[in-house]
Write a protein that binds this ligand. Structure first.
Ligand SMILES: Cc1ncc(COP(=O)(O)O)c(C=O)c1O
Length: 390
C-alpha cells in the first residue's frame, strides 16, 4: 500500500541544482535517439577514475590495482570502465571468461588481463593463444595449457576457504613446481579469494594466514601475490600484498566515500487517477484505499527491476521519492505519485542515482530486492542504453 508522504514543499523544485535535475524528457538535452530509448543508464566515467584513485590511496604505496570488469563491467560497460580504471591508476584488468578478455583487446597488454573464471581443458588452446594471464586451479588445466605450444602466463589459485576453485593448500607446492618446470608456462602470480571479507573478519584473517603460509611453502617464486577484493582491501589494507582485485568499489558501491558511477533512469508513459478499491498490476497486488495518482514507467524486470520489488521501495520523480506499487511487469512498473505534484507523461524516473536532493543507491535497491548491489547492477538488461559522460 502507498505510504503517506510529507506535504508538498512549494519551494523544493526551485532549490534543485539544474545539473542533476531530470524533470522531464528533453530530447534537446538527451541523446539523439532519446525518443526511441525510454530506459537508460548514465555512466559517469570520471567517478570510476576517482574511485580507482581513492582505492589506491588507501593501500600501501606500490600496490597494483586490478580492476574487475567482468559481467560487462558490473553492468556499466566493460571497455569504457576498463579504460577509465586504467586512467585512474589500475595497471591490470580481471574478467571471468575468455570472451570478456577478448573484448578488452588493445586497452592494455594481454598479459595484464587476468581470466579468473573456471575453464575447461578444451578451452586451453584459445586461452593460451589470447596471451592473457590464466587462473589455474588444477594440474589438468596446467597440463592442457602447457601442451598448447604457446608461452602462457599462469596465476595459481589457492583455495583458502572459498571452496569454489583453487588448489588445496596441501597440493599447491606440487602444482607450483609443475607450472614452474613446464617450459610453456610462467608462474606469474599466486592468488586466493575471500569468502566473507565484508562480514567475517575472523574468517578473512584465517584465510589470509592460510594463503601466506601456503605461498611461503611453495618452494618456487610465486610471482604477483593477490588476495583482496574490494572489502578485503578496504578492511585490510595490510593484506594488499602485491595487488588487489577490486570490482564493486570502482563502481562506487559498498566502499564508503566512493562515488556511484551509474544512474538508472526511465520515463513516465502514463498517468491516471484511481479510486478506492481499484487495483494495479498483475495479481492485483496493490489496491487503492482512496484516491491516488498512479504513474506507469517504461522499465520492468527484463531491464533489471527485480520482481521482488513488487510493492517495495521507491523511485524518484521530480526530485521526490514515489513508492513502487503493484507487481513489477516485464516492461513496466507503477508508482504512487499522489504526493509528487505535477507528474506528467515524459517525466524522468530515477531508479538508481540522484535527481535533485534525493538519491537512491544500488545498495538500497539491493535491500528492497532481497539481494546485493552486485546483482542489482549486473541485472541491468540489454534494452537499457548506456550513456557515458567523461
Ligand atoms: C575472484 C574474484 N576476485 C575479485 C572480485 C571482485 O570482488 P569485489 O567486486 O567484491 O571487489 C571478484 C568478484 O566477484 C572475484 O570473483
Amino acid at each position: 500500500m502507498s505510504s503517506a508522504r510529507g506535504a508538498c514543499n512549494a519551494s523544493h523544485s526551485a532549490r534543485l541544482a539544474p545539473a542533476v535535475r531530470y524533470p522531464v524528457l528533453d530530447s534537446e538535452r538527451l541523446a539523439p535517439n532519446a525518443r526511441l530509448s525510454l530506459r537508460w543508464a548514465d555512466v559517469d566515467l570520471a567517478a570510476v577514475r576517482a574511485n580507482c584513485a581513492r582505492i589506491l590511496e588507501h593501500l600501501p604505496k606500490g600496490t597494483r590495482l586490478l580492476a574487475v570488469v567482468k559481467a560487462g563491467g558490473y553492468g556499466h560497460g566493460a571497455v569504457q570502465v576498463a579504460r577509465a580504471a586504467i586512467d585512474g591508476g589500475a595497471t591490470g584488468l580481471a574478467v571471468a571468461t575468455l570472451e570478456e578478455a577478448h573484448a578488452l583487446g588493445g586497452l592494455i597488454s594481454a598479459r595484464d588481463i587476468l581470466v579468473m573464471g573456471g575453464l575447461t581443458q578444451a578451452q586451453a588452446p584459445d586461452a593460451a593463444a589470447g596471451g592473457w594471464s590464466i587462473g589455474v586451479s588444477s594440474r589438468e588445466l596446467a597440463t592442457a595449457l602447457a601442451g598448447t605450444g604457446h608461452e602462457v602466463s599462469v596465476h595459481l589459485k589457492i583455495d583458502t576457504g572459498m571452496g569454489r576453485f583453487g588448489s588445496a593448500p596441501a597440493d599447491a607446492p606440487d602444482l607450483a613446481r609443475f607450472i614452474d618446470q613446464s617450459p610453456g608456462l610462467d608462474l606469474a602470480g599466486t592468488w586466493t579469494h575471500f569468502a566473507s571479507s565484508e562480514s567475517d573478519d575472523a574468517m578473512t584473517k584465517a584465510q589470509f594466514a592460510r594463503f601466506t603460509e601456503t605461498v611461503a611453502a611453495l618452494g618456487v617464486d610465486p610471482g604477483m601475490r593477490h588476495a583482496c577484493n574490494s572489502m578485503g582491501a578496504h578492511n585490510h589494507p595490510d593484506f594488499a600484498l602485491d595487488a588487489v582485485r577490486c570490482g564493486i568499489a570502482i563502481y562506487g558501491c559498498e566502499w564508503p566515500g566512493t562515488q556511484p558511477a551509474l544512474a538508472l533512469r526511465s520515463v513516465v508513459t502514463h498517468v491516471k487517477t484511481v479510486d478506492a478499491g481499484d487495483t494495479v498490476g498483475y495479481g492485483a497486488k496493490w489496491k487503492a484505499t482512496g484516491t491516488h495518482r498512479v504513474a506507469t514507467v517504461a522499465i520492468g524486470y527484463a531491464d533489471g527491476v527485480h520482481r521482488a520489488r513488487s510493492n517495495r521501495g521507491d523511485v524518484i520523480v521530480r526530485g521526490r521519492r514515489a513508492p513502487l506499487i503493484g507487481a513489477v511487469s516485464m516492461d513496466a512498473i507503477t508508482l504512487d505519485v499522489t504526493d509528487v505534484p505535477g507528474v506528467q507523461t515524459g517525466d524522468v524516473a530515477t531508479l538508481i542515482g540522484a535527481d535533485g536532493d534525493e538519491r537512491i543507491t544500488a545498495e538500497e535497491v539491493g535491500e528492497w530486492s532481497g539481494t546485493i548491489s552486485y546483482e542489482v547492477l549486473t541485472s541491468i538488461g540489454p534494452r537499457v542504453e548506456r550513456r557515458y559522460s567523461e
